[in-house]
Ligand binder design. Structure first.
Ligand code: MG
Length: 244
């Protein structure tokens, strides 16, 4: 019986190879449907035509504190800036898989060092921190510098602009998956491009990114972006997202 199975599988293999060998028409391997829809790219870093604009400088209405109250950060020019002690803010828009563009600036005035200098963070789904820090000539632990998946994975390189200058993060995020029992069945993955430089290349996110302790994997669904109040007046501007 076993022998018959082996023979059948060999036969199937031969047939499939024969089928491949028989394709002589180039048209046979053309795929026309579906047709990718047209998206108009934004000039420079502007939002593409299908992006959800989370912040464009006109107001901070797309954001709230954890308790749902309007945010107490400062709107200045086309940016919003952390006001120490007011707490983190969350986008009202929840997300799963996405492409996120966000620009951020560490204070021009350097008044501290290490983790105390221009610290904030972009938390995907409100949970997974891509570190924001003034890492320009500012040594700290590598898995806590700008662009690290905090306390998990250091950035491949340091692409930091000097304090007072704007930085861009372009983030491609694949959300984790959980089964009905709340077990994680697929990790999140993230790619981060900092000022045009790849610093996280399809990095597995192992779980939460706590200051103390190891990553945890509580089940969750879609959630908003969190921006951290770490006590430093870090600014953000031009925030848009494309859901994937
Ligand atoms: Mg931080």
């Amino acid at each position: 019986m076993k022998l018959i199975y082996v023979n059948i599988s060999i036969l199937l293999l031969l047939i499939s190879q024969l089928a491949v060998a028989q394709i002589t028409d180039p048209v046979a391997t053309e795929v026309w449907e579906p047709e990718p829809r047209v998206v108009t790219a934004g000039a420079m870093n502007a939002a593409p035509s299908d992006a959800i604009v989370l912040f464009d400088g006109s107001n901070m209405d797309g954001w709230q504190h954890k308790d749902g109250t309007p945010i107490k950060w400062k709107l200045d020019g086309d940016a919003m800036t952390v006001v120490k002690g007011t707490g983190p803010i969350f986008s009202k828009e929840a997300h799963g898989d996405c492409q996120l563009h966000i620009e951020w600036r560490a204070p021009a005035e350097v008044i501290s060092e290490g983790q105390g200098r221009g610290n904030s963070g972009v938390f995907l789904q409100g949970i997974y921190e891509v570190q924001v820090l003034d890492s320009y000539n500012n040594r700290t632990y590598s898995n806590g510098q700008a662009g690290s998946i905090y306390k998990q994975t250091m950035p491949l390189v340091n692409a930091m602009n000097p304090p007072g200058q704007w930085n861009t993060y372009d983030i491609i995020f694949k959300a984790p998956k959980f089964n009905a029992d709340g077990m994680k069945v697929a990790s999140a993955f993230v790619t981060v491009i900092h000022n045009g430089v790849v610093i996280q290349n399809h990095t597995e996110i192992k779980g939460t990114t706590p200051y103390i302790g190891l990553p945890q994997n509580p089940a969750h669904g879609e959630a908003g972006i969190q921006l951290q109040d770490h006590g430093n007046p870090v600014s953000f501007r031009n925030i848009w997202m494309r859901k994937l």
